[in-house]
Design a protein around this ligand. Structure first.
Ligand SMILES: Nc1ncnc2c1ncn2[C@@H]1O[C@H](COP(=O)(O)OP(=O)(O)OP(=O)(O)O)[C@@H](O)[C@H]1O
Ligand SMILES: O=P(O)(O)OC[C@H]1O[C@H](OP(=O)(O)OP(=O)(O)O)[C@H](O)[C@@H]1O
Length: 305
């Protein structure tokens, strides 16, 4: 099938074709009931149950396609959006608009130097060789250090490489690098240490500034629902009515906790959304104020404000 001729009238949605963000993005699409089958080696997949076409692109290219309005919506790293925006001429408004922080793909773009060397501060790299895949952000970072306008000639020599950036110092190509760090394992294995942070990143849902449609809003709402469901759990417990004000402070919920009367008039049942990462502490605190029968339930999906 000639897929390109089937794109007319469809919302174009860019997703990472490989790499760190791909699996979590595919899980998010499945959770949003976006059904598709991607033919081997094809970078376009028509969604079966919605007028959407998925376009599989490198994460680094997604901001360009979205920014130019070629694609309506996409998932990529905030670092890639920042890199794209840093290439724009001064004063030009980016065509890429962030709609939602997706919470996964957390990492930092950091200035790194050999652990055993004498460089301890990014300013010591001024006038030296820096290797990176993020040349525009590195340019902006060193422009600030050198006190010159972005785009002016820098003393620091910034060179592009497409991957394995961490090898550049050992190979004598760079005095320092600007590369992504998550666990720090790659940096450590390459004998490097971080001395500064250029940008902190997570995966984001972005849209083209001029794209507007009910379908775009619908798909964004579905993705928001899945993300919220992943972030929160539902906490239910019983509490003496007299302790309700203090318990409600521990579990205020997204808007307010749901209170249900029990057969025993001095007791109430409370149900409230709690952030997963806080749930253990919240349960400890609830026990201290007299809560009983505390249950924590996973949320399969959600639609909240
Ligand atoms: N170690 C990491 N941990 C978490 N997120 C990361 C990590 N490395 C990269 N990312 C995020 O994933 C995005 C894509 O990076 P990734 O290295 O997977 O790209 P890729 O498309 O496979 O390109 P490349 O071929 O350059 O590796 C990054 O821009 C960043 O937002
Ligand atoms: O701090 P860590 O958890 O070790 O992760 C950092 C590494 O992950 C990314 O590379 P990736 O493995 O995606 O491959 P790449 O070097 O080809 O881009 C990034 O460029 C670092 O090299």
């Amino acid at each position: 099938m000639d897929l390109v001729n089937h794109l007319e009238g469809r919302l174009l949605f860019a997703v990472p074709k490989k790499g760190r963000l791909q699996q979590a993005t595919l899980d998010l699409l499945a959770g949003s009931d976006v059904q598709f089958r991607r033919e081997t080696r094809l970078d376009i997949a028509l969604v079966k149950n919605l007028p959407i076409a998925l376009i599989f692109l490198p994460a680094a290219d997604i901001p360009t396609f979205v920014g130019e309005g070629r694609v309506d919506i996409g998932i990529t790293g905030r670092d890639q959006v920042a890199e794209h925006d840093a290439t724009l001429p001064a004063g030009e408004i980016s065509g890429v608009e962030e709609i939602l922080d997706l919470g996964f793909g957390g990492c930092k773009l950091q200035v790194q130097v050999p652990e055993k060397g004498d460089i301890t501060d990014a300013s010591q790299l001024v006038g030296r060789n820096v290797v990176t895949s993020f040349t525009a952000l590195s340019d902006a970072f060193f422009s600030k250090l050198e006190g010159v306008a972005p785009g002016s000639k820098l003393q620091t020599k910034i060179k592009y490489v497409g991957g394995s950036v961490e090898a550049a110092c050992a190979l004598g190509v760079a005095d320092g690098i600007v590369d992504l760090v998550e666990s720090g394992e790659t940096m450590k294995a390459a004998g490097l240490k971080a001395i500064d942070t250029v940008v902190e990143s997570t995966a984001v849902l972005v849209k083209s500034r001029n794209s507007k449609s009910d379908l775009l809003n619908l798909i964004a709402a579905r993705i928001r629902g899945v993300i919220t469901a992943q972030r929160f759990v539902l906490c239910q417990y019983n509490i003496p009515r007299t302790e309700l004000p203090v318990a409600a402070k521990i579990t205020p919920g997204k808007r307010a906790p749901t209170i249900t009367a029990l057969e025993e008039p001095e007791w109430v049942a409370v149900s409230s959304m709690v952030e997963k990462k806080r749930i253990a502490t919240v349960m400890d605190d609830l026990i201290k104020v007299g809560a009983t029968d505390i249950l924590v339930l996973n949320i399969a999906n959600s639609r909240t404000d």
